[in-house]
Write a protein that binds this ligand. Structure first.
Ligand SMILES: Cc1cc2nc3c(=O)[nH]c(=O)nc-3n(C[C@H](O)[C@H](O)[C@H](O)COP(=O)(O)OP(=O)(O)OC[C@H]3O[C@@H](n4cnc5c(N)ncnc54)[C@H](O)[C@@H]3O)c2cc1C
Length: 511
C-alpha cells in the first residue's frame, strides 16, 4: 500500500479552496492529506463573480448543496451574457447557456433559420433561444430533464460573491480534514538532486515539506514561476486588455439573470447582479487609455451608489507552457490568465482540479500522466483564447483605436479557419470535451454580425411551408412557456434567500 500523498496547497483564493475541497471531498485520507497555506495579509483577488454551467458538475461531484451555497454567497442565477455595443455601437446580443431552436431533419436549427432568412422570412434567431427569451424578461426556473421538451434546451450557472465562495469552501474542506496554515511563504527549497520542490519556508520559520505541491498563489506564481521558472507564453498581442478597475455598487431594480458586458472605448465593462449588491468592473488596455480615464468611465456608468473606492488589478493574457512541472501543479491565476469576458477562469480551475483527480499520482510521479494533464490544460486555454479573440476581432466599430486594432490584427490560424467555415455555410466547430459548444460559437459569430453566405444543403429537404409552420410553432411555444415562468427575483426569494439580501423594492431607492 502507498502511503497517503502529502499535498501542500500554497494559496487560499478560489483556486486553492476549490482544489482543497475537491481533494478532501473525493479522496479518502489514506490516499492524500491536504495542507493549505494562505496569508490573510496578502488576501485574494476575489472578483471572479460569474461562472459557467459546468460549475454545477464540480459542486455536485464534491457534494455541495446548491441552495445552501447560493444563500451563503449571495448567489443569483445566470442564463446568459448580454453583449452591448460589441459588433457595432448600439448593437446587442446574448450568448445564452443553451441552444437556438431544436435540430430538424438531422441538422442544426440555424441552417433552417438561414434558409428562411434567404427566402425573405427575417426571423430573429434569438427568439428561438429559451434562455435568451427568459433573460430578456428576467425570468428563471430550472430546465426540465425531458430532452424532447423545449424547456430542456438551456442550462444555467451562478453569479456569486467570490470571497464568500472561497470562505464557504474553506469550511467545507476543513470539515473534511484539510489543515489550514496562516502565514506568508518566504522561501521555496528545491531538492538539489531531482529539482523537485522539497519544502516551503514560512515567515514564522516553520519548514513545510510535502510530496505534491499545488501552486494556487495567484499572479505571484511563487512555485511554478519564481522557483521552477516554468515559461509563460504571452497572448497580449491578441488580447490587449491588461488592467481592470473593479467596484461593487448598491443593488438596482434591474435584476438580470445574466451578466452584462458593455464594450467601451478601450475594453469593456461588466455588470453582475447579486442578492445584496451589484459587481462592476472595467477591463481595459493600458495601451489605449490612461488608468485615471478608465476609472472615471467606470464610475460614471454604475446603476447604483458605489460601495467603496474602485480597486485596480493588473494582468497579462497567457499561460504557462507546462502547468504541471516536476512535483508542482499550478492551478488558477498561477497557471495563466484569460480575461473574464466569458467567465472562464473558475471553469479553468475546475477543469485543472478534475484532471488532477483523474491523474492523481502515487508517490512517484509518472511523466506520462503529467504530459496528458498538460495537454488537456493547454487545450482548454487555447480554445478559450480563440473564442475570446473572436469577440474583439469581428467588430465593425470605428469610434476607438482598440476596435480598429483588433479588427485588423491577424488571428491564430485555428480561429481564422473557424471563421471561414462559418462564413462559407454556417459550419460550427464541435468538440467532444471542454469549451465551447457549437451553440456558443453560433451566438457570438452571429451576434458579432457575421452572416454566412450559405447553409447545409440538407436543410432544403424540408418543404418550405412546413419549415415556416414549425418555426412559428416553436416561437409561440417558447413565448408562452417563458411567460409562465416565475421572475428571477421571486425564484431566488423562494429557493435560496440570503440573510443579507436587499429586497428589490428597496433596491435603487437611495441611488
Ligand atoms: C478583473 C478580474 C475579473 C475576474 N472575473 C472573473 C469571473 O467573472 N469569473 C471567473 O470565473 N473568474 C474571474 N476572474 C478570475 C478569478 O478571480 C480567479 O480565477 C480566481 O479568483 C482564482 O484566483 P486564485 O485563487 O488563483 O488567486 P488569488 O485569489 O490571487 O489567491 C492567491 C492566494 O495565494 C496566497 N498567497 C500569495 N502569496 C503568498 C505567500 N507568499 N504566502 C502565503 N500565501 C500567499 C494569497 O493569500 C491568496 O490566498 C477574474 C479575475 C480578474 C483579475
Amino acid at each position: 500500500m502507498d502511503k497517503p500523498l502529502r499535498v501542500v496547497i500554497v494559496g487560499g483564493g478560489t483556486s486553492g479552496w476549490m482544489t482543497a475541497a475537491a481533494l478532501t471531498g473525493t479522496l479518502k485520507p489514506n490516499i492524500c492529506r491536504v495542507r493549505l497555506i494562505e496569508s490573510d495579509e496578502i488576501g485574494i483577488v476575489g472578483v471572479g463573480e460569474a461562472t459557467l454551467p459546468q460549475m454545477r458538475e464540480y459542486n455536485e461531484a464534491i457534494g455541495i448543496i446548491e441552495p445552501e451555497m447560493m444563500a451563503r454567497t449571495n448567489g443569483t442565477f445566470k442564463l446568459a451574457i448580454q453583449f452591448r455595443d460589441w459588433g457595432f455601437k448600439g448593437s446587442e446580443y446574448y450568448h445564452p447557456f443553451g441552444k437556438h431552436g431544436q435540430p430538424l431533419g438531422g441538422i442544426g436549427f440555424h441552417h433552417h433559420w438561414l434558409r428562411a432568412r434567404q427566402a425573405g422570412r427575417a426571423y430573429d434567431l434569438e427568439d428561438f433561444s429559451y434562455a435568451v427569451v427568459a433573460s430578456r424578461r428576467q425570468k428563471f426556473e430550472f430546465p426540465v430533464s425531458d430532452l424532447k421538451a423545449i424547456n430542456s434546451t438551456y442550462s444555467y450557472a451562478y453569479h456569486f460573491d467570490a470571497s464568500l465562495y472561497a470562505k464557504y469552501l474553506r469550511g467545507f474542506s476543513e470539515q473534511r480534514g484539510a489543515v489550514r496554515t496562516e502565514g506568508r511563504v518566504v522561501d521555496v527549497t528545491l531538492d538539489p538532486l531531482s529539482g523537485d520542490v522539497a519544502s516551503v519556508t514560512m515567515d514564522s520559520g516553520e519548514v513545510i515539506t510535502g510530496d505534491l505541491f499545488i501552486d494556487c498563489s495567484g499572479f505571484r506564481a511563487l512555485l511554478i514561476g519564481k522557483a521552477l521558472n516554468s515559461p509563460f507564453e504571452s497572448w497580449n498581442k491578441w488580447l490587449p486588455c491588461d488592467r481592470a478597475w473593479a467596484v461593487p455598487c448598491d443593488r438596482s431594480p434591474d435584476f438580470t439573470p445574466y451578466t452584462r458586458s458593455t464594450a467601451r472605448e478601450a475594453g469593456w465593462q461588466w455588470r453582475i447582479p447579486l442578492q445584496h449588491r451589484t459587481g462592476n468592473g472595467y477591463v481595459f488596455s493600458s495601451g489605449f487609455i490612461e488608468e485615471d480615464k478608465a476609472r472615471e468611465t467606470l464610475m460614471a456608468n454604475l446603476d447604483g451608489a458605489a460601495q467603496q473606492d474602485p480597486r485596480l488589478l493588473r494582468f497579462e493574457a497567457g499561460r504557462r507552457t507546462a502547468s504541471w512541472t516536476r512535483n508542482c501543479v499550478a492551478i488558477g491565476l498561477a497557471s495563466g490568465f484569460l480575461e473574464p469576458l466569458e467567465s472562464t477562469s473558475i471553469y479553468l480551475v475546475q477543469a485543472a482540479v478534475m484532471a488532477l483527480l483523474r491523474f492523481f499520482p502515487r508517490q512517484k510521479i509518472d511523466p506520462v500522466l503529467v504530459a496528458e494533464f498538460n495537454r488537456r490544460v493547454d487545450n482548454e486555454y487555447d480554445r478559450i483564447r480563440d473564442f475570446l479573440i473572436l469577440h474583439y476581432h469581428l467588430n465593425t466599430r470605428d469610434d476607438a483605436e482598440i476596435w480598429r486594432y483588433c479588427r485588423n490584427m491577424s488571428v491564430p490560424d485555428s480561429l481564422a479557419e473557424k471563421i471561414e467555415m462559418f462564413r462559407h455555410r454556417g459550419h460550427l466547430p464541435a468538440y467532444k470535451d471542454g469549451l465551447f459548444s457549437p451553440a456558443s460559437w453560433l451566438s457570438v459569430l452571429h451576434g458579432q454580425g457575421l452572416v454566412p453566405r450559405g447553409y447545409e444543403r440538407l436543410a432544403d429537404n424540408l418543404e418550405f411551408d412546413d419549415l415556416v409552420h414549425r418555426m412559428d410553432e416553436l416561437h409561440g411555444k417558447i413565448d408562452a412557456r417563458v411567460d409562465a415562468m416565475p421572475s428571477h427575483d421571486a425564484f431566488i426569494r423562494d429557493y435560496c434567500p440570503s440573510p443579507e439580501a436587499v429586497p428589490l423594492e428597496r433596491a435603487g431607492a437611495v441611488a
